[in-house]
Design a protein around this ligand. Structure first.
Ligand SMILES: [Ca+2]
Ligand SMILES: [Ca+2]
Length: 418
């Protein structure tokens, strides 16, 4: 056989299969060493192709398949088992609006809290109106990094999902009999940490409580007034769930009510009142909201980067903000602060969740929403009792900060701008 014949034999062998060629080709045994070399060469060429494709080779390279399979490590039974998930994965993702490629209002999962994404910015934190207390001062500049904050207070239904997943303990009896869209109450700061940890496992994102600076930044929504609706506390019933006539009828001992009707004697379903200019509901009123920070008696030395202030101060107490259904407008001022022991629980205290956001563009601030119409008929009651805060919140453990604010109702429009 000359060289041309040998090439033809090789071609035929590749077409028919080397096994048949071995038995049928005349004098094939004389070419055994060359055929063996060719087999090895074909195997060396075919193997990288198989590896790159990540699956079996084509039918023209049975020998290559054999080589690939022989060199692939045999998985151990343990390695072959499916990976154990650290959390129940999201079942869906929903985005309501997108600005500059980043969701503004979004949920990480179909059944996790709706969030508002903030691109970050800067603001002046503290009492800019001039009628605050020492712990609301000094007013200081704070830069806020991108973050996301829940549009609503965490509801009973949202808390229950965490309980069902065994990430949280059952909510207190204060929630019994209420519709599930009311804010969950009787939740301690420590329990809120459990919820954030569960939500992080569930979504794969970093959920947490907001820092106090983040909370005030979002609550102000770009304004410097006492309230998100301006400086007129008597109009509270049109904008927030505070202690109104209905609350006073249900709780006669609470004499510090505002003489208007918001329709809710205790908590209201989340989102019952108009949102602030950045689309957040109930930042002021309904329930007090835990934040991450330790209690400090004023803002001297407070972080300027918007981080939670957890150095120094009294870390056995954690700050809560915004006032609740048992308070008059004085407590609902956007710069007002309070604190309680981290395991304290109250029928007036809940929380909303925050989430760390990375790589959000700086311009991604939610577009302002139109402010609600001005109220029509609301008046102000007589000055409230000095026992307002303790009486309305029914704190179950510990005590309020030593510098508890007096309960002077905001009794009229301001006479001067801040
Ligand atoms: Ca009310
Ligand atoms: Ca609130």
């Amino acid at each position: 056989m000359n060289a041309r014949s040998r090439r033809s034999a090789v071609h035929q062998a590749r077409a028919r299969g080397f096994a048949r060629h071995w038995h049928r080709a005349r004098g094939a045994r004389r070419w055994a060493p060359q055929l063996l070399l060719l087999l090895l060469l074909l195997g060396a060429i075919a193997a990288p192709v198989v590896s790159a494709q990540g699956n079996a080779a084509t039918s023209s390279s049975a020998s290559a398949q054999t080589t690939h399979r022989a060199t692939r490590p045999t998985p151990s039974p343990a390695a072959a088992a499916p990976p154990q998930s650290a959390y129940t994965p999201c079942i869906a993702q929903r985005v309501d609006a997108v600005t500059a490629g980043v969701p503004v209002y979004f949920r990480d999962c179909a059944d996790t809290p709706e969030m508002v994404s903030f691109g970050g910015g800067s603001f002046k934190m503290g009492d800019q109106f001039g009628n605050g207390l020492d712990y609301e001062k000094p007013v200081h500049d704070v830069r806020i990094a991108p973050f996301a904050l829940g549009r609503y207070e965490i509801s009973i239904a949202e808390w229950q999902r965490c309980v069902d997943a065994k990430g949280c303990t059952a909510a207190s009896a204060d929630n019994e009999g209420k519709p599930r869209n009311h804010p969950v109450v009787g939740i301690s700061w420590s329990q809120a940490q459990d919820y954030a940890a569960w939500l992080s496992r569930r979504s794969g994102k970093r959920y947490r409580l907001p820092s106090e600076a983040e909370w005030e930044y979002a609550a102000r929504a770009g304004n410097r007034d006492q309230f998100t609706w301006g400086n007129w506390g008597a109009t509270v019933c049109s904008y927030a769930n505070a202690l109104d006539r209905a609350g006073a009828r249900a709780h006669p001992q609470m004499s510090w009510y505002t003489d208007c009707d918001d329709g809710f004697a205790t908590t209201a379903p989340v989102g019952s009142f108009p949102p602030n200019a950045w689309g957040l509901y109930d930042m002021l009123g309904n329930v007090w909201e835990w934040v991450q920070d330790c209690w400090h008696s004023d803002y001297s030395g407070a972080p300027a980067d918007g981080a939670a202030w957890i150095d120094g101060g009294d870390c056995s107490k954690r700050v809560n903000r915004g006032g609740g259904w048992g308070n008059n407008p004085r407590a609902l001022r956007v710069s007002n602060r309070d604190a309680d022991p981290q395991d304290a629980r109250s029928d007036g205290m809940g929380f909303r969740i925050a989430r760390t956001v990375s790589e959000a563009p700086p311009a991604n601030r939610p577009a302002p929403l139109p402010l609600p119409p001005p109220p029509t008929a609301a008046t102000v009651s007589a000055a409230p009792s000095v026992n307002e805060q303790a009486g309305s919140r029914n704190v179950a453990a510990g005590s309020a900060p030593a510098s508890e604010p007096p309960s002077n109702v905001v009794s009229g429009p301001p006479t001067q701008a801040p």
